[in-house]
Design a protein. Structure first.
Lengths: 348, 348
């Protein structure tokens, strides 16, 4: 039964986890923001893997748009295998890891600290190896995550990044908007039973593409990762712009494309993209809070709550998490224990 | 006939194109290197799409390892749609585009110039819109590329990046090693007929994964893109480390995995990875110049020339280009005109 799984419980715990996080981490994040300002940080280097790397993709847009900070995603092998790390002294180096245990991510932070860079980590384990290497530790307070596929720690990581961006911008409107997020996630979770039905249609889908752009580029990567981990679907994430530079050739009649398209300035771009998909007779599954956009879809998945675009990734991933859960169940896979994966992956 | 295609001709022109480039662009690149030094550039922002973005992935490793420069891949929508570009004044902003026409890439360079950043572009068209926005224009001299799928402009872009990294490092050994590249590519092209035979085996392959790490992370992305564009295979690229953080769940008996594993310090990592794939009974196709590594493969594709690891992406992509050509032919697709694509893709 999918509803008795850890994964189901953890997906549905998200509103409460996000509320706890908002209550507890404001001061830690204010201290980090103060250090970023006083040290005149010009760019950010993020080290992360898997789901946490997708949270890093969100930071890439948020810190760029809101804080004017370019973001580089670290290349851990330069630190661990090539042993030729780049110069980081003037960067904020941010590690993101649920477990705080992956040796390659720990190595990036250790090197950054050695070079005198400002370091911070976002983790669910404040006593982890990774946390030991950082000037600032932001704890997720998500509680133990028992399903191998990360859900509540992903949205928590997004929330920390959003809170950091808003705090650094000293924008009262943004800080106030964060308070809406837990309730919005709770509202969006109302789609649970509908997604359980829709998942049946995709019992025999072997491949798909997942599209997002801008803030929701991260959502496309994370939804695709959930489908791979939980359902073994070959799910490939793309920005709508990158997809037009080559991979569009894949699309033919019935090819499934999931488009994550919440309201915002990027929406007209995605609407045009969905039209291109329709001309090529793709099967379009659209996640949106905008009715006109949903009307373009073969299968609409409605976000029942709207958030400002910069916060929309936190709600927009929820139907995808549920889709992963119920598609795994439709295929008689164990949603808590994907084949061949463990909760903590240690890579160097 | 695949051998009468533009794609075949352009793949086989690569040694000559690379020789021309080495002859003609040294001074331009020296001038750019001098500016990078005198302006004390601390990090690089790269704007590119498609194949050129894969060349940017190579730069990420090369500039990091050899020049100590962190690299951020630009997020063009921040410039074009959100209109909230990050601060770039202390960066080198590098645009890479065969055509120099994609409006989003032009926008990133225009903004960078407005902010007073050091700007450079790598393009096949010195009179393009993109070239107009740059302080330094490095021309590929690759001649017109008529096949839609880029090949000779990709290896030329890699060569420019390699030349820039070596010039900036003022390393005579590296500069000398560049001279070996055109002949090495010519030698590796000797695999042409073997790849033509092997491609038959994959006539009905619908999905695959392509793995590379470190310098050849870029090769995995580029090979996967060629397979998507030319053969409509759902080909997903990964670093071996990222693949272990979730997607490994996909692998079952017979799942095809192409591993790009030339000699170098990263090789033991990839050998271990191939062993994991063997345990899970994947079908492994291995591209390498190392016999022990090839011995681990179900289907070995031998690189007949060895280069230093930092240059190996220029030869390591060649069997993949040929594989794309011959697999397209095996499927009776036109290798010069993939469905739904044009040579110049304009995105914003």
């Amino acid at each position: 039964m999918p509803t008795t799984s850890h994964l189901y419980r953890e997906i549905h715990e998200q509103p409460q986890v996000l509320r706890t996080l908002l209550d507890r981490q404001r001061q830690t994040i204010q201290a980090l923001a103060a250090d970023i300002r006083s040290r005149q940080i010009e760019y950010v280097v993020i080290a992360a893997r898997g789901t946490s790397d997708n949270a890093g993709r969100y930071a890439n847009y948020l810190f760029g748009a809101v804080n004017g900070l370019p973001v580089a995603l670290a290349t851990p092998s330069l630190y661990t295998i090539y042993k030729r790390p780049p110069r980081l002294a003037h960067a904020l180096v941010l590690g993101i890891s649920q477990s705080g245990k992956s040796p390659d991510i720990v190595s990036v932070l250790a090197e950054a600290r050695k070079q005198g860079a400002l370091t911070a980590v976002i983790t669910n384990f404040a006593d982890s190896d990774l946390a030991q290497e950082a000037d600032h530790v932001i704890e997720l307070h998500a509680g133990e995550e028992r399903a191998v596929a990360a859900t509540k720690t992903y949205t928590s990581e997004l929330m920390v990044i959003a809170l950091l961006g808003a705090t650094l911008a000293e924008d009262p409107g943004m800080l106030a908007a964060l308070e809406q997020v837990p309730d919005a996630v709770a509202t969006v979770l109302g789609i649970n039973d509908h997604v359980a039905q829709i998942a049946q249609r995709y019992r025999y889908m072997s491949d798909c593409v997942v599209i997002g752009r801008g803030y929701n580029y991260a959502s496309a990567f994370e939804l695709a990762l959930k489908l791979k981990e939980l359902t073994y679907t070959i799910a490939e994430p793309y920005s709508s712009a990158d997809f037009l530079h080559g991979p569009l050739a894949l699309i033919q009649h019935g090819f499934p494309v999931i488009v994550i398209a919440p309201s915002g300035v990027i929406l007209p771009e995605l609407q045009s993209f969905i039209q291109v998909l329709r001309q090529r007779e793709a099967e379009t599954i659209v996640i949106s809070d905008d009715q006109a956009t949903l009307d373009l879809a073969r299968i609409p998945l409605r976000l029942a709550a709207s958030l400002p675009e910069w916060l929309s990734p936190i709600t927009a991933i929820v139907p995808g998490q549920l889709f992963g859960l119920y598609l795994a169940a439709a295929r008689d896979y164990d949603p808590d224990h994907p084949r061949g994966l463990r909760k903590v992956t240690e890579t160097r």
